[in-house]
Design a protein around this ligand. Sequence first.
Ligand code: PNS
Length: 166
Amino acid sequence: MASIAVCPGSFDPVTYGHLDIIKRGARVFDQVYVAVLNNSAKKPLFTVEERIELLRAVTQSLPNVHVESFHGLLIDYARSKKANAILRGLRAVSDFEYEMQITSMNRVLDENIETFFMMTNSQYAFLSSSIVKEVAKYNGDISELVPPVVEQALKKKFASLAADGP
Ligand code: PNS
């Protein structure tokens, strides 16, 4: 049986931390579906389409990685892909409680889909999309945090927001 993992998240935007998990996941699982949460209740910086485009750009060299969006329950999306695994990155102990909650819920919803955690590479342990956006907003150097295509997209996004005014 092929091992199929879903790697879900907001990816607003994708960082080197996410990419580290996706690349390592692609070595472990036969197929990896990177699933961008499409949640109208959240107010993301990038649209779902923009986030997918950035993810596709940075994973184009990985033939077994596919990027899609999903809405509703993750477990329903995972079933629709015939996935037997959910892949998440763990940065620090502060992630643990939240991850335990969603993992336990997902197990109640479908005990046949296992959640796997990979420890984020220590150089990215502090990294989050929120921190990247904060630094980018004030023109800080984010070249070590995100791939060049994401850096450009952030610059463009904040420039257009500034042009639109407060
Ligand atoms: O990158 P994030 O924002 O931490 O990812 C959170 C995500 C997308 C994994 C989580 O919000 C999710 O799975 N949402 C879909 C709704 C769902 O399935 N909820 C039930 C489990 S709590």
